[in-house]
Write a protein that binds this ligand. Structure first.
Ligand code: SAH
Length: 401
């Protein structure tokens, strides 16, 4: 791919893209996306180019990365004209790190850059102690000068032992980017140990789903541990994030997941922390049904499934899935028990999720007190004017009857 991003914003041939009144209103209201249907014309604009965005009358609205394939055609990187993209990228990274210094506690693992929420659309960077892992999601951030600048600034600021890239082949395909493989792009160290809230975890650049651990749950682990007690079941446990925190809080814990590789890491993590946890490989829906029928009861249950609604169309099915899981979990809880229930589907709103939990309680003839209505950890910031940046729901309830 050429490197159109290097063209300075004030050069005469700097491409400009005109957008509709509706698109302009979104930007003026504080959003950072322009959909393809709001782009008047983008003929000849190179994939991933940095462009000026103008309204129908030619008024300048900001600078954006252009994608030739995504429905989100423009992602704003600045409301200003950008003269020096490299300097802008460096400044954005420094400010993302500065924000984490203010809000991240009790961990050496956190999200350093969260795409739009850090004004670096299409870039995700996670830190796991001395290793960094990054992911590129768009044509704009995949351009070589952008990658180089980002990696150089991250190295200068954080001095990682190594940096790994996590590739999601499907995302690259949709964005029409050339195939790449996951792996180290800098340094040689590929595994490390990180900690959050005093619990230790293995991290391997080459393993795991998403970018490694579910860092977005870090504050929810600590919150859950505050209330957890007795016999506990962590459903959809992955590497044991909740399970290990519950064990640290004194619970007798079992974890359920359908992925054997995930449970292997979970077991190594238990060893690292000197904990005995029972890991059960199986389909969570089946395990919950069998356990509930056979009269198995718990004092604490965590339910943290993968996103059931990947698009708006799947909403109804997703809500049914959440309802069934929560219904079964509630039936298995002893009086005075704690349910920690999560949804990471952006398309399911916080109100809808709470509604599902309430319905499940009604059907299970249980009375709930809501202890906490939570969201993602603060290193995954939610922009007030970009609701799409908020996706995680975590409700903690007390089963009073
Ligand atoms: N609670 C975890 C994150 C869970 S991610 C944490 O805090 O780290 C969702 C997990 O659900 C993945 O580990 C995936 O392997 C598992 N999973 C997906 N479908 C499943 C199913 N039907 N039954 C059991 N586990 C499932």
């Amino acid at each position: 791919m050429p490197s159109p991003v290097l063209k300075p914003g004030n050069s005469p041939d700097f491409p400009k893209i005109k957008i509709s009144a509706r698109g302009a209103k979104r930007i003026q209201d504080g959003h950072v996306w322009v959909y393809r249907s709001d782009v008047a014309a983008a003929d000849g604009v190179a994939p991933g180019a940095m462009v000026g965005v103008v309204d129908e009358r030619g008024k300048f609205l900001g600078t954006a990365f252009y994608s030739s394939s995504s429905q989100i055609a423009l992602r704003l990187i600045s409301k200003e004209a950008v003269g020096d993209l490299k300097e802008l990228l460096r400044e954005r990274i420094r400010s993302a790190i500065g924000y984490r210094e203010r809000v991240v506690r009790d961990t050496d693992a956190y999200r350093v850059v969260f795409s739009e929420a850090d004004f670096l659309p299409g870039l995700i960077v996670d830190r796991y102690n001395d290793l960094l892992s990054f992911q590129v999601l768009t044509q704009g951030t995949d351009a070589e000068p952008v990658r180089e600048t980002v990696l150089a600034e991250l190295t200068e600021q954080l001095h990682p032992a190594a940096i790994g890239e996590r590739v999601e082949p499907k995302i690259r395909e949709l964005e029409q980017l050339p195939a790449r493989t996951s792996g180290l792009v800098q340094g040689e160290k590929s595994s490390t140990i990180f900690s959050m809230n005093g619990v230790r975890f293995h991290y391997d650049v080459k393993e795991g789903q998403k970018t490694g651990a579910f860092l977005d749950q870090r504050e929810n682990y600590a919150a859950a541990a505050q209330y957890a007690r007795g016999e506990a079941l962590d459903v959809f446990c992955y590497h044991g994030g909740f399970a290990l925190h519950l064990a640290q809080a004194g619970c007798k814990v079992a974890g359920v997941d359908s992925s054997r590789p995930a449970l292997k890491v979970a077991d190594r993590n238990a060893g690292l922390n000197g904990r005995e946890i029972e890991w059960i490989e199986g389909n969570a829906f089946d395990v919950l049904r069998d356990y509930q029928k056979s009269g198995q009861r718990y004092d604490t249950v965590v339910v943290d499934p993968p996103a059931f609604a990947k698009s708006k169309r799947e909403l109804e099915t997703a809500l049914r899935g959440y309802k069934e899981l929560n219904l079964r979990a509630l039936k298995m809880l002893r009086r005075g028990g704690i349910l920690v229930t999560c949804s990471c589907s952006y398309h399911v709103s916080a109100a809808e999720f709470l509604g599902v939990v309430a319905e499940a309680a009604h059907d299970a003839h249980r009375e709930l007190r809501i202890l906490e209505n939570r969201t993602q950890a603060k290193d995954h910031p939610i922009l007030a004017n970009v609701p799409e940046t908020g996706y995680l729901k975590c409700i903690i309830v007390y089963v009073s009857n």
